[in-house]
Ligand binder design. Structure first.
Ligand code: PRP
Ligand code: MN
Ligand code: MG
Length: 181
């Protein structure tokens, strides 16, 4: 295990089981709809790629890169678009895929944006929900698991761009970020 990890919250096997359950629901709900899956970079990259393979049905994929954390452990409150979609969302059924909902600002911003772009429907699939972090009122339609109010990394989630490639999700040792603050 990586030395900076306090404890593992979800192993790759745990994540695969959660993903399989969500994929079954999504496959049933979107049968015949050809949804546009929107992967929110960078955090959702691992989850999205595993999720769409587990769904194994017609869907299109696009990417949007938004960031609100920078290199800090707390959200700046300002959501920036670093890369927009290539696809028009007008008239489409959208499934936004996120790694985690914390303050809710990222998803609140995206839902509003896609509404103004005339999406037909907008649903959110989040691997993790951290309800204690919520600042704005937004909820995911598909939630993998609820996590405690600790800083989690791995399986796409970073601290200062590190740890995204860990195959599991773990709690970061507070000493790692306290040393830099
Ligand atoms: C993280 C995470 C979510 C968002 C959740 O992304 O991946 O997208 O924050 O937080 P919120 O509910 O408080 O908005 P981040 O901005 O760190 O960018 P990244 O995915 O590139 O790491
Ligand atoms: Mn993100
Ligand atoms: Mg981040």
């Amino acid at each position: 295990m990586n030395d900076d990890i306090l404890r593992v919250l979800y192993s790759k096997e745990d994540i695969d089981a959660i993903t399989a359950r969500l994929a079954d629901q999504i496959k049933a709900d979107y049968a015949g709809k050809n949804p546009l899956v929107i992967c929110i970079l960078k955090g959702a990259i691992m989850f999205m790629t595993d999720l769409v393979r587990a769904v194994d049905d017609y869907m299109e994929i696009d990417f949007m890169d938004v960031s609100s954390y920078g290199n800090a452990t707390e959200s700046s409150g300002e959501v920036k678009i670093l890369k927009d979609l290539d696809t028009s969302v007008s008239g489409r059924d959208l499934l936004i895929v996120e790694d985690i909902v914390d303050t809710g600002r990222t998803l609140f911003y995206l839902k509003k944006l896609f509404n103004t772009r005339n999406a037909r429907s907008i649903k959110i699939c989040a691997l993790m929900d951290k309800p204690e972090g919520r600042v704005v009122d937004v909820h995911a339609d598909y939630v993998g698991t609820t996590v405690p109010n600790e800083f989690v990394v791995g399986y796409g989630l970073d601290y200062a761009e590190k740890y995204r490639n860990l195959p599991y999700i773990g709690v970061l040792k507070p000493a790692v970020y306290q040393a830099e603050e």
